[in-house]
Design a protein around this ligand. Structure first.
Ligand code: DX5
Ligand code: ZN
Length: 229
């Protein structure tokens, strides 16, 4: 598996998003958190901003939709130009969710599925054959700068076992509370894509911190049999 770093713009300066993306230019993807004020209590940005970010970005956008009933906006998000589009398993009825994941793939975008920390990982099973990425949330979605939930590595392990059976090449991403110190817990459990918000954009030297995360991931890839990006 290729190890990838996906810095989250949630902790960046929203008045200077293009410049903020350039500061993390050494990363692989750019993580964009879309929040609607209903599915989660916070509100961020919508399709027009994702479209502008996609034009300005040198890397694929890794768009994480935290919205109720994403079917209402799916076409707008797809035409905005993401590289990955991830939906919450709690946000639509199962049959709708399956058709949305198929639609994402048919438009040439990587489909992703995610779940809240309190949702049983077994509910993912019917969606795994339709996905290129599973995102395990390691904080309650809604805000940056929270602490990594200690039950997360066991959940990552359980998802990796499910993927080994049906979709071994699927990316397994982890999002929330990651630092240089706890990255190894997620990697050892089987994650290969790492979202980092506050620990990168809150650092005094953002490009240097991005490089530090890249070096740490390269070392972890060597330790756990992954491939550096
Ligand atoms: C939380 C978001 C995360 C968040 C991660 O709802 O999905 O992407 O930005 O940020 P940190 O790394 O600060 O926890
Ligand atoms: Zn996110």
């Amino acid at each position: 598996m290729i190890y990838r770093l996906s810095p989250s713009l949630l902790s960046a300066d929203f008045a200077h998003l293009a410049a903020e993306m350039a500061r993390v230019g050494a990363a692989d993807w750019i993580h964009v958190d879309v929040m609607d004020g209903h599915f989660v209590p916070n509100l961020t940005l919508g399709p027009p901003v994702v479209r502008s970010l996609a034009r300005a970005a040198a890397r694929p956008l890794d768009v994480h939709l935290m919205v109720e009933r994403p079917s209402r906006l799916l076409d707008d998000f797809l035409s905005a130009g993401p590289g990955v589009l991830t939906l919450h398993v709690e946000s639509e009825a199962p049959d709708v969710l399956q058709s949305l994941l198929r639609e994402i793939r048919s438009r040439g975008v990587r489909p992703g599925i995610t779940l809240r920390p309190g949702t049983d990982v077994e509910v993912l099973a019917p969606y795994l054959p339709l996905c290129d990425l599973v995102l395990v949330m390691s904080v309650e979605p809604g805000f940056g700068g929270q602490s990594f939930l200690p039950g997360t590595p066991d959940r990552i392990r359980a998802v990796r076992r499910m993927l080994d059976d049906c979709r071994p090449s699927c990316d397994l991403e982890v999002d929330g509370g990651l630092t240089l110190d706890n990255l190894s817990l997620a990697a050892e459990a089987g994650a290969n894509v790492f979202v980092v918000g506050h620990a990168i954009f809150g650092a005094p030297d953002v490009p240097a911190q991005t490089e530090a995360f890249r070096r740490r991931l390269a070392a972890l890839a060597a330790e756990f049999g992954g491939a550096p990006s």
